[in-house]
Design a protein around this ligand. Structure first.
Ligand code: B12
Length: 210
């Protein structure tokens, strides 16, 4: 049983094999993050096959279900620290319903000691603004995997500005394809295409090292 076997089974969408592999790897004491990262790599290949027309939407949906079932086994294993570091308001932006990566980032941020308020998927800018007024978070985290998500992120940052809230929060964006250019385009303070790095950057933004 190895991470490579897991990746192969995931790419072939062999759910039973994937879940058995995950259970064995967990029993062997494998780091939960490595297991999730292997699944993320496999999901990327599924996405590429979808792009090439080798897999269809039903297979994309199935890959999402397999990932969610893996998370049910792995996420409860992540240890939580006790001290609250700060509050993160988190959501997937308008037009985008991908939430697997968001949920993984949430679990890692909570494990590191952040309080996370999750406002869900396909979240319009006004909903982010309302939630910032209510929860007064230290950080706003926006997730997005679709190309159209970058405009939604930009609109959300602009809406925070218009509401006079932009300088009261730090903004981090995340998702498989974000980078420094998209950070600049959206007006965010930070970006991360990986949950561990995302948590580290959240700590740094609040002056907590990282
Ligand atoms: C599973 C999946 C789906 C599932 C999603 C299920 C769910 N509940 O999320 C379903 C079937 C619903 C779906 C739908 C669609 N999808 Co889709 N999907 C994928 C797939 C295969 C995997 C995504 C995933 O979960 N990856 C695993 C996670 C763990 O990775 P991650 O999201 O990057 O998260 C990590 C980091 O980015 C980071 N992170 C994530 N969020 C945040 C937030 C913050 C604040 C921080 C700090 C960090 C952080 O931490 C995570 C862990 O390290 C990708 C392929 C790919 N390359 O990503 C395509 C992909 C994203 N989908 C794609 C497309 C086209 C679609 C559809 C338009 C298909 C269609 N024709 O209907 C729809 C869009 C629906 C919508 N409006 O959103 C394209 C997007 C192309 C583009 N450039 O826009 C991709 C890239 C596939 C491809 N190569 O063509 N999809």
């Amino acid at each position: 049983m190895s991470l490579e076997d897991l990746v192969e089974a995931f790419i072939n969408l062999e759910e039973e094999k994937v879940l058995k592999n995950v259970e064995s790897l967990v029993k062997m004491g494998k780091n939960p993050y490595e297991i999730l990262e292997a699944c993320r790599r496999a999901a990327e290949v599924v996405g590429e096959r979808f792009e090439r027309g080798e897999y269809f939407l039903s297979e994309l949906v199935y890959a999402g279900e397999i990932f969610n079932n893996v998370m049910k086994i792995v996420l409860p294993l992540i240890k939580r620290e006790i001290k609250p570091l700060g509050t993160i308001l988190l959501g997937t932006v308008q037009g985008d319903v991908h939430d697997i990566g968001k949920n993984i980032f949430k679990a890692f941020a909570e494990a590191a000691g952040f309080k996370v308020i999750d406002i869900g998927v396909d979240t319009p800018p006004e909903k982010f603004v309302e939630a910032v007024k209510i929860y007064k978070p230290d950080i706003v985290g926006m997730s997005g995997l679709l190309t159209i998500a970058y405009d939604a992120m930009k609109r959300t940052v602009e809406a925070l500005k218009e509401a006079g809230l932009r300088d009261k929060v730090k903004v981090i964006i995340g998702g498989g394809r974000v980078d420094e250019n998209i950070k600049r385009y959206t007006g965010a303070d930070e970006w991360a295409d990986n949950a561990i790095v995302g948590v580290k950057k959240c700590k740094q933004m609040l002056g907590l090292g990282g």
